[in-house]
Design a protein. Structure first.
Length: 265
């Protein structure tokens, strides 16, 4: 009698354990797959985007708008710098999902890393920027050749630098800059602070800036920067990366870019 009672007690104690064991996932079993568009669910991803410095304000807004439409995709803080610097980092193994360049030359440097072809999504042109009040009275490209005028430009391999040189060459103006900067943001910062009397930056850089004055010099409309964007083959989230590219080149993305002064592709 005591033996049957003991057996009954053991069975009662084991039942919950066996029930739990039956519900447990074997340690070697994979986690359930993350939903994707092909499975009818939402994308779940974190994206790293490399973008030209001149895109910073527009791309911050683009990223926020994209996330608002794709709640399961997070965009990490965007890496902004000169396109040549970003291209070099990608060539050296930096991991990113999307690259947006300020010119086709630097996009071409990473052609082997692209997931398909790049797409032109915006255009831009240069302006002559001076500090508020224009203390050096700079009114034309020719004034930049004056030794008494402190000029800053982008490095020649940076898109704004290459375009600046083309513009100056077309005007027959030779400039000895006080410094050559790695990106257009650095040029604008020196001009706005008064460390430089003038510099060549993009028209989009001076919109709504009270600390600088600007003018479109003669010939600027003929020197057009075309901005390409592409998803990268090393992306851990190729569908999400492609979705962001499609957003930038789509109707809402193009409206945001136009609001920030960028021209159509």
């Amino acid at each position: 009698m005591r033996r049957r009672a003991a057996l009954a007690l053991s069975a009662a104690l084991l039942a919950p354990i066996l029930a739990l064991g039956g519900c447990a996932t074997p340690s070697g079993s994979p986690e359930p797959p993350v939903a994707s568009p092909s499975s009818g669910g939402a994308l779940r991803a974190e994206l790293t985007i490399y973008a030209a410095a001149s895109l910073s304000t527009a791309f911050d807004e683009l990223a926020a708008a994209f996330e608002s439409e794709n709640a399961a995709i997070d965009i990490r803080p965007i890496v902004y710098d000169g396109s040549s610097t970003l291209a070099r980092q990608l060539q050296e193994g930096a991991q990113a999902d999307v690259f947006a360049s300020a010119d086709e030359t630097n996009m071409g440097k990473v052609d082997a890393l692209l997931d398909g072809s790049s797409e032109i999504f915006a255009t831009n042109t240069l302006v002559l920027a001076t500090p508020a009040g224009n203390p050096a009275d700079v009114t034309s490209l020719a004034d930049l050749a004056d030794p008494g005028v402190t000029v800053v430009l982008c490095e020649p391999e940076v898109p704004c630098g290459a375009s600046s040189q083309r513009l100056l060459d077309a005007a027959g103006v030779t400039v000895t800059p006080a410094s050559l900067e790695q990106n257009v943001t650095a040029v604008l910062t020196k001009v706005a602070s008064g460390d430089a009397d003038a510099g060549l930056v993009y028209r989009t850089d001076v919109i709504d800036r009270a600390d600088v004055e600007s003018m479109a010099p003669e010939g600027a409309a003929d020197i057009v920067n075309r901005y390409p964007i592409a998803a990268l083959t090393e992306s851990a989230q190729p569908e999400a990366a492609r979705a962001f590219v499609d957003f930038v080149t789509g109707a809402r993305g193009q409206r945001i870019l136009a609001d920030h002064g960028f021209g159509a592709p």
